[in-house]
Ligand binder design. Structure first.
Ligand code: NAP
Length: 315
């Protein structure tokens, strides 16, 4: 145990403080951290932990001389993992609420394309389009690229709906009901069979442009891309070409290299693209507050932190 109660700085946008203050205080009490100071302003030399959103404006960690850990509010850490002023453990967000939200969003968008819902939703024009019953999920192959917390949960949910699910990750994985592969050869073999591709990889130097002209040419003609991962996973020009040629039938994109997506970006007007404004899922204050409190409890007790980022790998 340490000699004084910890000082915890909440570094995120003001509206987040309004959402998180109550849940954090409740979670701190439940974790035996009722004496902790939770604040949005503190002398940096006094701060033990930072609850951190990369868009908070805080980028220089140098003045935080007694800092024990930075606890990211988001699952994605690409905007902080390379920060050279950060020399203490960095934990990312793993939150049941965030995972559930992602499973629901991915399942919904996969089912939309699998069932061909657009044909009937947009076709309310008096034309009886008979003979277009969709195939069963058991006859549809969906690939999930990235089998981490979110990808594995989505793969399991799709498998529970009877889809044939392929999964791809950096290291070898074994998940019941999912056919897994890893490494570059594994990616090619996975994409060759994927009628729907879901991207749940982190944004790192190694994952940039995972979908590019070469790999997009591998998917069966007319395949659908669903990207709730990060914008840089896709080479946008290659995707637009593949959409124009019909090689890719549709792309549902939640994340982009530039956000908000600029109004003049060709994705907005493309008939085969669905743009959603980075809403696939978000950290939920009540469940996330428990994760943060548990990590601070661990830090104070000298136990290892949960969900640490591998700064070398970038996720
Ligand atoms: P995670 O648990 O860290 O999982 C990442 C997965 O990607 C792991 O399976 C990892 O492989 C795999 N991977 C990493 N680099 C790879 C590479 N070079 N080649 C092949 N596979 C690679 O992350 P997560 O919690 O599932 O989150 C995934 C991403 O979702 C986040 O990084 C974030 O960008 C995004 N996200 C988006 C939203 C939204 O609202 N749109 C919300 C939350 C998160 P190993 O298993 O072998 O390590």
């Amino acid at each position: 145990m340490t000699d004084r109660s910890p000082v915890v700085l909440f570094a995120a946008k003001t509206e987040r403080w309004e959402q998180y203050e109550g849940p954090l205080r409740t979670a701190f009490d439940a974790a035996g951290l009722g004496d902790a100071t939770l604040t949005t302003e503190a002398d940096p030399a006094e701060v033990d932990y930072i609850i951190y959103a990369p868009n908070s404006g805080l980028t220089d960690f140098t003045p935080f001389t007694r800092l024990k850990a930075v606890l990211n509010l988001w699952a994605g850490v690409e905007d902080v993992t390379g920060n050279p002023t950060l020399n203490v453990p960095l934990a990312r967000m793993v939150d049941d609420g965030l995972t559930e939200g992602m499973v629901e969003w991915v399942t919904g968008h996969v089912l939309r394309h699998h069932l061909g819902m657009d044909t009937h939703i947009h076709g309310q024009d008096g034309v009886w389009r008979a003979g277009s019953a969709p195939p069963l999920a058991r006859d549809r192959t969906v690939a999930v690229l990235g089998l981490g917390v979110l990808g594995a949960a989505c793969a399991r949910a799709l498998s529970a709906l009877n889809f044939r699910v392929l999964g791809w990750s950096r290291s070898a994985k074994s998940i019941d009901g999912i056919e897994t592969a890893h490494g570059e050869d594994g990616l090619d073999a996975t994409l060759r069979r994927a009628e729907i591709v879901v991207l749940l990889l982190p944004d790192t130097p190694a994952t940039e442009n995972t979908l590019n002209a070469r790999t997009l040419a591998l998917v069966p003609r007319g395949a659908v891309i669903v990207n709730p991962g990060r914008g840089p996973l896709i080479d946008d020009d290659a995707l637009l070409q593949a959409l124009d040629s019909g090689q890719v039938g549709h792309a549902t994109l939640d994340v982009f290299r530039t956000e908000p997506l600029p109004p003049e970006h060709p994705y907005w007007a493309h008939p085969r693209v669905t743009v959603t404004p980075h809403i696939a899922s978000e950290t939920r204050p009540i469940s996330a507050a428990r994760v943060i409190a548990e990590n601070i409890r661990r830090g104070e007790a000298g136990e290892p932190f949960l969900h640490l980022v591998d700064r070398g790998a970038g996720y």
